[in-house]
Ligand binder design. Structure first.
Ligand code: NAG
Length: 488
């Protein structure tokens, strides 16, 4: 079973839980030094005062009240001695050091990686392969998973994979703190591609997703996080350096372009995430006509917004560092400075400027003067999950392929049968064959002799046509023999 964290004071001053049992994940901050520590001098002074006090109280208690408990006195002594004391239960953070900079890995900036999961068992192994490959120092990344409304083994497999990851022998592999949060949001839409992407389901689905993201983030964000990275588990291909690549732009919110590969018969590739876009006049006019609670979802014919989509602006040979200001963002892979969330920007689970969830998040961040940027030519690839139509088509192709294979197999069988009949290893047949071969050889020799004669003789008559010679040569040997006879 999973270790469950309870809110107790058995943690380090930086907020890390202490490793309690052997069977919990190794999530102790063995490589993380809290940066927000008071100056060493002050600490030393405090330590001396505390030691002195302890000794004093101890002696006092021993001589005056032998046998009495010293514990209440002790805590009294600590509390009464003013703000100079660093209590075990008080944590000190200096948030000016966690603003997020372009080269966060050099300054040991911590990232909170958030991954919402729902019936994600089939994608988890792929996601962990990505976790293995991230080049951003793993010990600077804390992982937060939200498992909700799942009927498969998402939670079981997740804890297995996490245990393996954290127990990895390579000291560079284990991540920082890991949180798993379980909570259902009553997401009723089926998780299959058709239902998930159908237009009718979008608004309510997006609002529930928004709630899920907000719960996950508010439960897992700690004061020492400089960055928050949102990542879907069904990303198939992404650069291992994606965290550094996005961070280098030093934007408040930044997303890559998200495409998906397609089978060849569907054209090879396709824009996937249409939620990253720039606002358009048409869309603003449309928004004005809509009900207060309406939620526009991009990428559906129902709402013709004519917005420039990040996805459609991709040029495979374009500069991957090129930036584009956007208003709505897609949720597949978002890197944001933690201060954006701390300032109150979140994923609206209601209509905010006629948008919800990640698109609403982008708009809200923009509204609060944060920079929101997309990289049109820096592409990551979402897993291709075939639609019902695609599956039907693929089944048809598969049947055709099988029929073709069967036909070819039948043909091969027939050929083999014929060959087998002729290659009968019967000795009489072998003997006959040798005889026939000898006979054929003799005939051939005679024929050659005849032909030689024929050539000599046909060269003589002036009226003999050259075609005849060519024809005779090309025709069967029996005929050329006959020719030879005629010529004589
Ligand atoms: C991780 O890296 C290995 C080795 O370079 C590679 O074979 C594998 O495909 C990568 N996995 C992912 C999910 O990118």
């Amino acid at each position: 079973m999973l270790p469950r964290h309870t809110a107790k004071s058995d943690s380090y001053s930086n907020g890390y839980p202490r490793a309690k049992e052997k069977n919990t994940y190794s999530i102790s901050p063995h490589r993380f030094q809290p940066r927000a520590s008071p100056p060493a001098l002050r600490r030393r002074r405090q330590l001396l005062i505390r030691l002195g006090l302890l000794v004093g109280i101890g002696l006092f208690a021993f001589f005056v009240w032998p046998g009495a408990s010293v514990v209440p006195l002790l805590s009294l002594g600590f509390l009464s001695s003013g703000e100079d004391f660093q209590l075990e239960t008080v944590r000190y953070y200096d948030l000016s050091t966690v603003q997020g900079t372009a080269r966060g890995w050099e300054r040991e900036e911590r990232i909170l990686l958030c991954a919402p999961l729902r019936d994600a068992e089939s994608h988890l192994r792929m996601f962990f392969a990505h976790l293995h490959n991230f080049t951003y120092p793993h010990h600077l990344i804390d992982l937060a998973f939200l498992v909700s409304d799942s009927k498969d083994r998402t939670l079981g497999l997740l804890s297995e994979l996490l245990e393996d990851l954290q127990a990895d022998e390579d000291p560079k592999m284990p991540y920082g703190e890991i949180s798993i949060i379980e909570k259902d949001f009553g997401q009723k839409v089926n998780q299959d591609v058709e239902s998930r992407h159908g237009f009718a389901a979008q608004a309510s689905r997006r609002k529930l997703m928004a709630q899920a993201r907000n719960w996950l983030l508010s439960a897992a964000l700690r004061p020492y996080h400089s960055w928050v990275y949102w990542r879907d588990v069904d990303v198939e291909t992404a650069p291992f350096t994606i965290l550094e690549d996005l961070m280098r732009h030093n934007k408040d919110v930044i997303v890559p372009n998200v495409w998906r590969p397609l089978p060849d018969w569907l054209g090879g590739e396709q824009p996937y995430d249409l939620n990253s876009w720039q606002e358009s006049e048409t869309a603003l006019a449309l928004a004005d006509t809509l009900d207060e609670d309406a939620v526009i979802v991009e990428g559906y014919a129902e709402y013709a917004t004519w917005r420039p989509h990040l996805a459609y602006l991709r040029d495979p040979y374009g500069d991957p560092d090129m930036e584009m200001d956007i208003d709505g963002v897609g949720g597949v892979s978002i890197l944001a400075k933690a201060k954006v969330f701390r300032s109150g920007v979140h994923f609206p689970a209601f209509s905010f400027e006629k948008h919800a969830e990640t698109e609403g998040f982008g708009k809200m961040a923009k509204r609060m003067q944060f920079s929101v940027v997309g990289l049109p030519h820096y592409t990551i690839w979402h897993l291709y999950e075939p639609s019902v139509d695609d599956i039907r088509h693929m089944e048809e192709m598969e049947e055709e392929r099988k029929a073709r294979e069967k036909e070819e197999q039948d043909k091969a069988d027939r050929m083999k049968k014929i060959k087998d009949q002729f290659a009968d290893p019967n000795s009489q047949w072998e003997k006959d064959k040798t005889d026939i071969q000898n006979e054929a050889l003799r005939e051939k020799k005679e024929k050659e002799k005849a032909e030689a004669q024929n050539v000599v003789e046909t060269q003589v008559p002036a009226d003999s046509k050259p075609e005849t010679k060519a024809e005779a040569k090309a025709d069967s040997k029996v005929e050329s023999k006959a020719d030879a006879v005629k010529a004589q």
